[in-house]
Design a protein around this ligand. Structure first.
Ligand code: GAP
Length: 470
């Protein structure tokens, strides 16, 4: 068997794989679609849940210094004034005057080697004018060269929650949270007192966030509604340097533990830091489906005391900490690890997606996912659809379900439709690590065939042995 590298994996082929295999569907397809929003099908839901459970386990089960939180999507609107999002969470955009395609002006400038990071709009427009006069700006969609001026576009998603009118006047506007960490800062004090926490400690949260992304054409890589897995680690500023290195290592190891090859991972150091940050690195992954380019999966940022100080200033509530041993009082500093569920989903799919040329001339598509992340753990298959085999297979299926469900290990699937070869292929495609096949020998001697996804090796095991085996 050889790995087939000929087929070029790209976002279109991954999206079509996801749709065919009930991982991800484009939203509102029967109405012509709804840009940058996706729905997760049966296997996608299970897979995403496994990623989230693995992340939460690494935060709150494997350590004693982190607690969980599930805060609301809606928060007091002042939250986002204090955090700087209302005034500063913007992207500059330009539109093609011919086909109306919309572009991030800063991304266009970057392509021409001009950094627009934190530059004012005047700078961006001046640089764009230079490119326009040199005839270098061209719409990637229709090829025309006529563009609007750059305008600032807020990424905040507004809603009129609680408002009796349909219009969004400034006083009744409520925002859908653009990041989940806002809820963690607002609950810092409640967590501190209700759980008698001592520094350093972390709060971990998984939840939805919403951004009016201007350019969202990269399947689930950048969407307008997405889930984040964020952890904020509250600590004494004197420990920042050491803790930062620890957290970088912890998060890097997590990717490796779940099967990402180290040569596809990369640290990106932010040279231009937010004024409150002392260090900011991203973990990037080299996507096969995006022309082997490195893209951000997770940010690990030392945010200083900015967040608690701002919320303290805007709320008038003290958010400091008294260390009873050193008798110091100070505002804790925060170390953040922040990653998106869909980004990890796409990364794990990209890394696991394998096409193999088999010796019999066939091609096999197999998702070589870590078994802890695989949507289905075991598939039980009668060799063919015959009553006596189905009856026995359902007994084995029930037994496997009892074992796996009782130990919270995941989903078992039963399938008797089509040839056994096709059913093996189907399970390979969704990444099921083990198939158990029931045949006529099972009826005679009580043994089943266990087939492994990656090696395709098969062995006979007695039904009685399945429990310790699984
Ligand atoms: N609290 C910090 C924060 O939100 P960020 O770099 O804007 O930082 C963190 O986002 C992570 O959230 C990213 O590394 C990415 O994995 C994910 N993410 C951000 N915007 C996203 C989007 N529009 N669609 C999908 N995932 C997104």
């Amino acid at each position: 068997m050889t790995i087939n590298n000929n087929k070029q994996l790209n976002l279109e082929s991954i999206a079509s794989f996801c749709k065919q295999n009930a991982f991800v569907f484009p939203s509102s397809e029967i109405y012509g679609g709804f840009a940058a929003v996706y729905d997760y099908g049966h296997y996608g839901y299970l897979f995403a849940n496994n990623i989230k459970n693995a992340w939460m386990k690494s935060m709150i089960q494997d350590r004693e210094d982190i607690v969980a939180l599930d805060s609301g999507i809606f928060m007091h609107p002042i939250t986002w004034k204090a955090s700087g999002h209302v005034d500063g969470f913007n992207d500059p955009q330009i539109d093609c005057k011919t086909c109306k395609a919309r572009y991030r002006a800063d991304h266009i400038l970057e392509e021409f080697g001009v950094s627009a990071d934190k530059q004012p709009l005047e700078f961006i427009n001046a640089e764009l004018d230079k490119l326009k006069s040199e005839g270098k700006l061209k719409c990637a969609n229709c090829g025309n060269k006529d563009f609007t001026e750059a305008k600032v576009f807020s990424l905040m998603v507004k809603t009129n929650l609680g408002s009796p009118t349909d219009t969004l006047s400034e006083e009744n506007v409520v925002y859908m949270r653009p990041e989940t960490c806002g809820g963690i800062y607002l609950e810092y004090k409640n967590v501190l007192t209700s759980q008698s926490m001592k520094l350093p400690f972390g709060i971990a949260q998984i939840g939805k966030a919403f951004r009016n992304e201007i350019v969202a054409r990269q399947f689930i890589f950048r969407t307008r509604e997405f889930e984040q897995m964020e952890m904020q680690y509250f600590h004494n500023p004197k420990d920042t340097k050491e803790l930062y290195e620890d957290w970088k290592q912890v998060r890097w190891n997590w990717f490796k533990e779940y099967g990402i090859a180290e040569d596809r991972l990369h640290w990106y150091k932010h040279e231009k830091l937010a004024h409150y940050a002392s260090d900011a690195y991203d973990i990037e992954y080299k996507f096969k489906c995006m022309k082997d380019s490195f893209k951000e999966i997770e940010g690990i940022h030392a945010r200083g005391d900015w967040d608690l100080s701002q919320h303290s200033k805007f709320s008038g509530v003290k958010l400091d900490y008294f260390d009873q041993i050193t008798e110091e009082r100070f505002v804790p500093h925060i170390m953040e690890t922040s990653t998106g569920v869909a980004r990890q989903f796409l990364m794990f799919l990209d890394s696991a997606y394998t096409e193999e040329n088999l010796e019999n001339g066939e091609t096999r598509l197999v998702l070589k996912l870590d078994k802890r992340l695989a949507p289905v753990k075991v598939a039980v298959l009668p060799l063919m659809k015959k009553e006596e085999l189905s009856l026995k297979a359902k007994e084995v299926y029930k037994k496997c379900k009892e074992i796996l469900y009782n130990t919270y290990q995941g989903i078992v699937e039963y399938d008797e439709s089509g040839s056994i070869g096709k059913r093996y292929r189907r399970q390979d495609e969704i990444g099921t690590p083990v198939c158990i096949t029931i045949d006529y020998d099972t009826l005679k001697d009580g043994t089943v065939t266990v087939r492994y996804r990656d090696s395709m090796k098969q062995e006979r095991v007695s039904v009685e042995e399945i429990q310790p085996y699984l």
